[in-house]
Design a protein around this ligand. Structure first.
Ligand SMILES: C[S@@+](CC[C@H](N)C(=O)[O-])C[C@H]1O[C@@H](n2cnc3c(N)ncnc32)[C@H](O)[C@@H]1O
Length: 225
């Protein structure tokens, strides 16, 4: 891809992100009637910016996301993959993203196409636990094949199953890779689930983890061995 094509794709991603941000702002203000089932429930813009910087600095290439919704966070992740020109020319980049809501997947598919990034994104429709088990089996069948491991995994689906998601995710993230979990601080109704989650991960001596108070609160967990 030429520099011009890369710049054009970045501009297209930003355009779609801007449109989705308007939609997200309307949802948050409560000025539009939308069911929980249909709402974006997206990360905040500064969280997206944070992800993009983190991913670029890690030179992350293989990313897994649990909870696509309409693709807002996915597009921030994609932005980091196109922004890094050397990386985008030299290496294979991919985002695998999972959701179980057909309507949202349809919207995400349109958003990825409008942003010109469909070729690097695979959407898997299904229940997160089933898909994670399948992906983890694939990775662990060839444990020496480093190319199968993910650099970055973002957990942003239901909160009750987070400890199980984390245990499956940690088996698929490479050493030095990062798992990020949204909603550690907000909304407050998630706090009991989040407290159990934090207790679960902070017991693990192979993980260094910290809560970053940006957006809804992001738990950043580094696999140290
Ligand atoms: C908070 S939204 C994701 C927002 C998105 N990451 C963003 O920031 O733009 C959570 C998504 O997870 C999906 N979801 C919830 N429970 C799930 C499950 N058990 N399996 C798969 N997807 C699930 C929902 O359909 C919803 O689209």
């Amino acid at each position: 891809m030429s520099d011009v094509d890369l710049n054009n794709t970045c501009l297209r991603i930003i355009k779609v992100l801007n449109e989705l941000e308007k939609q997200s702002a309307l949802e948050r203000s409560g000025s539009t009637e939308i069911s929980h089932e249909e709402s974006m429930l997206a990360i905040t813009g500064d969280t997206g910016e944070f992800f993009s910087i983190l991913l670029s600095s890690m030179n992350a290439k293989r990313i897994l996301e649990v909870g696509t919704s309409v693709g807002y966070s996915t597009l921030w992740i994609a932005y980091s993959l196109y922004q890094n020109k050397e990386n985008s020319r030299l290496s294979k980049r991919s985002i695998t993203t999972i959701d179980n809501n057909q309507l949202k997947i349809k919207k995400a598919t349109t958003n990825f196409s409008n942003a010109g990034v469909s070729d690097i994104i695979e959407i898997i429709e299904g229940n997160a636990i089933d898909v994670l088990k399948q992906l983890s089996n694939n990775v662990n069948q060839n444990p020496d094949d480093q190319s199968q491991y993910f650099d970055f995994i973002f957990l942003d689906a239901d909160k009750e199953n987070l400890p199980e998601y984390f245990d499956l995710a940690i088996s698929m993230v490479k050493k030095g890779g990062v798992i990020v979990t949204d909603n550690v601080l907000y909304p407050e109704e998630y706090r009991p689930s989040m407290a159990k989650y934090i207790e679960h991960i902070r017991k693990k001596d192979f993980v260094q983890s910290v809560t970053v108070p940006i957006g809804h609160g992001e738990e950043l967990s580094l696999k140290i061995r």
